[in-house]
Design a protein around this ligand. Sequence first.
Ligand code: SF4
Length: 339
Amino acid sequence: MQRILQKRYYIRKCLSFLKSLLAKKRLFNFIVCFVSFVLKKDKLTSYPSMIMIEPTNRCNFHCSLCALGNGLDKRPAAELPFEAYKKTIDELSDYLSWVMLYIQGEPLLNKDIFKMVAYAKMRKIYVSFSTNGYLLDKENISQILNSGLDHLTVSLDAARADTFKEYKKVDAFQKVVGNVKALVAQRKKDRRLNPCICLQMIAIKENEGEIEDFLDLASEVGVDEVFIKPARIDFFPQKFTASLPSDKKYIRPSYLESREAPRRCLKPWMSFVINSAGVAAPCCEDVLLAYPIGNIFSDTIGAIWNGKRMQDFRYNLSHKIENNPFCKDCSYNVFFRSL
Ligand code: SF4
């Protein structure tokens, strides 16, 4: 995994997040979440510090290693209504430091995406989302800059037009690169610092030879951050191991060796996710919704966060991780293995 960030943007990113964390009861809540994790509490007195919300599960691309793009994720198309989003933010805004408006799908296909960003920013919450960049036209660029968005990831995934087309099944490499250049230029013209713009590549065998060119391209385009992200393949019925790159640096550690089951993970003490149909899950790694914990249309956030399903999930993470369906292939828990 490789994340490269210009120093001034690293400082700015940290400061923006700190500003959000220090508002209202958020820092205290964050500390209580962490202490509850250390004490292995299943029922929490704190609330989520971070939430991932899926504005829509529709997408205009068909990326091979995306469950939605390749048809493995068979959910009917849905858009999260703004009112349901607003209710969630209202209920949690005293505690939330970060809202990520992305799970699967293309967020710019939800007509209310900028209303969602602005509503969270009005409450001084750090807001980010990820896009494939196709819809970054003049109007959307202006909306992004005016919404107050803190961080935008553009998933380009290639340094060459033919690799891009092969992976995404859309011939739009030059268009997306041009769109990102236009966003960078407009932000400069408007003398704004936000959003921090990250160009992302999911590393696979087919694009591995282009990583150096991708870094050069990112610098030519003028983005603030580059993220070379390891691909996730464990949810496919036949593992797509042939798609993994040869450089182990770009492969999830859990795919490389049969390692001891990871012991602890902080995420379900800090966050949960809500998809575009209102279904909540304990973690974004639950791509195919193997473990739903509630639905925001029928349950309160408190009932989801401290319901039996979520408490059982936390208990398993502390004591019997093999009982959690998608944790054993996860690579995000390594930091806490010694706790
Ligand atoms: S171990 Fe991985 S899959 Fe399980 S909750 Fe943590 S981040 Fe999610």
